[in-house]
Design a protein around this ligand. Sequence first.
Ligand code: 13P
Ligand code: SF4
Length: 338
Amino acid sequence: MQEQTTNDHKTLEFTPEVEHLTQPFYDRIKHVMPDVEWPIHAPVIAAINELKKTRNAIIMAHNYQTPEIFYGVGDITGDSLALAQRGAKIDAEVIVMCGVKFMAETAKILSPEKTVLLPDLSAGCSLAESITGADVRKLGEQYPGVPVVTYVNAYADVRAEADICCTSGNAVKIVESLNTDRVIFVPDGYLGRYVAQQTDVEVILWEGACEVHERFTADELRGYRNNFPGIHIVAHPECPPDVLSEADFVGSTAGMIDHIGTERPKQVVMVTECSMSDHVAIKYPDVDFIRPCNLCPHMKYITLPKILLALQTLEPQIEVDEDTAERARRSLERMLAV
Ligand code: 13P
Ligand code: SF4
């Protein structure tokens, strides 16, 4: 029998009861997880699922979380847009965000009365860190009267200065909803370029980039086509333009999943964070996935033991000051209303 200890020194054991309780989760993910790993995860999953009832907590898990988190403890799962939309309506006292800090801020801004926990505060984002509220104010002075659209991969101070938020799933629609000739688009330069290709609206860019998606190259994608004839390539719009032009489909994390569900290609490469392919392979076992592995180090700060500890201690909490939250809420709510 394997044993492990959480930071509060409770011993978690893989007992027959834990095995029985967690078997349905393992059955879902067993073809992407070796069976030797399950006795390590199962006791923590059982403890988290028990404690979240006591705490009246909901666990949100982004598509880039590992399968044991996504399928084992996630109550609300999906892309940034789905987490924001569903978080706004959720009935719970505590939200545990298994994602990164800007996602936890979204949850707090939309549900200020709830306790929002981010199990590791190091879970940042290279895009969110590329810009500040002061930068947005300067852009506003440089381009007076031009509305600012911010990708939600930005911190609350940036959203507070913006007119409206967007996600990768609705960016074109949001830009067009403003009925204007020009927009300032922050902070993702590649997503901004992708949006500019899909619309007649002029897009003024900020050159932030996602450290995970900017690593993919067009050569790498051509290599997949040569090595796996007939392969279907789907990519996230945070990738550089020459990478996107090699793809058969471009979409948000949820968009890519839906696309694969509809098209059911025989063989796919998902040009995005590694954990995504595991989730989609679990959902569509008939599809063969070639898996390039670019990990988001921020997403991977979140682990089962840290989620358990967060629920035990109700720390670390995400706070957004009232004035910033009020202004950031307006730009988020404008997005949710489109
Ligand atoms: P989605 O909005 O597509 O879920 O993407 C979030 C993200 O962080 C992508 O890198
Ligand atoms: Fe940020 Fe990129 Fe990680 Fe998404 S994948 S959280 S954009 S660093």
